[in-house]
Design a protein around this ligand. Structure first.
Ligand SMILES: [Zn+2]
Length: 283
């Protein structure tokens, strides 16, 4: 979002609230977050009561944005600073917030992104690169079992398209091919390096081409430079975060996947949409 539009939004709390509460409606209509009923009674407090299940709620009830006691202007400012990739410390400074308040708000944003990543995206298709990469840990490790203390991440990249990155328990053929089959349409061309876990791809309905790293520049389209580019872009960002704990790692990773997949668009509006989503219930 450009700064002019943004400034208009945060001119008043009313403007900011209008922008955000509009995102909490379905086709312009308010609905009960518990049972989806559209018939609601307006209470004198400004809240609504569901005609069916009698649940009483306000615009942000049950939504990500309801976490933490921030004003709508504060949320929009946080989204803007998140868009600009400021560190939490700098965000807190810029907004005169306690570090923990900013930290928790950004964590909420990351969780809302994570739930979208699990939406069950369309299958990737066409020319696909797949590769694994190790994050964290100081020591250089060997591929596979030698990479102690590091987190193995599996990446699938559609050339000129989307990327999917997943933390994996191991880099066995069973794990990597299993994820590929779930993510990539049969009939696609898959480029990999010579790692043996990829050998059975050709039996799974794909055209499998292996990169010869020794002569990568002479092999035309047979390369995995797209994914290697993603890895170094991602690693640079992890260095900026000064080390991320193992528990938080998947959250950061999905943020990077999101940023990459929206690299040609404005993420402000998207993040605001996600924040206004209902928090999925654990059932
Ligand atoms: Zn209801």
């Amino acid at each position: 979002m450009d700064l002019n539009t943004y400034h208009k939004l945060i001119k008043s709390e009313t403007n900011a609230r209008k922008y955000l509460s509009k995102k909490c409606r379905k086709n312009g209509h308010r609905f009960c977050p518990r049972c989806n009923q559209r018939k609601l009674y307006k209470l004198s407090s400004g809240r609504r009561r569901c005609a069916r299940c009698k649940y009483t709620f306000h615009d942000f009830s049950g939504r990500w944005i309801n976490h933490g006691r921030l004003t709508c202007i504060q949320w929009l400012s946080l989204i803007k600073l998140f868009e600009l990739e400021l560190s939490i410390r700098k965000m807190a400074e810029q907004m005169s917030l306690a570090y923990n308040t900013a930290y928790n708000a950004i964590r909420t944003i990351r969780y809302s992104i994570l739930t979208h990543a699990a939406d069950g995206p369309d299958l990737l298709t066409g020319e696909i690169e797949i590769d694994e990469c190790y994050f964290g840990g100081r020591r250089k490790g060997n591929r596979g079992r030698g990479a102690a203390g590091k987190v193995p991440v599996f990446g699938i990249l559609e050339r000129e398209g989307q990327v999917r990155v997943t933390v994996v328990p191991d880099v066995t053929a069973k794990t990597l091919i299993g994820l590929t089959v779930k993510t990539v349409r049969r009939g696609s061309i898959i480029y990999t390096d010579k790692f043996k876990s990829y050998d059975s791809l050709m039996f799974c309905g794909y055209r499998h081409l292996k990169v010869d790293h020794g002569k990568r520049f002479s092999s035309g389209k047979v390369y995995i430079n797209g994914l290697e580019g993603f890895w170094s872009w991602a690693k640079e960002r992890f260095i900026k975060h000064h080390g991320v704990s193992k528990e938080n790692f998947p959250l950061y990773l999905k943020e990077l996947e999101f940023r990459y997949n929206h690299r040609h668009s404005d993420i402000f509006d998207k993040v605001a949409d996600y924040l206004c989503d209902l928090v999925p219930k654990l059932e």
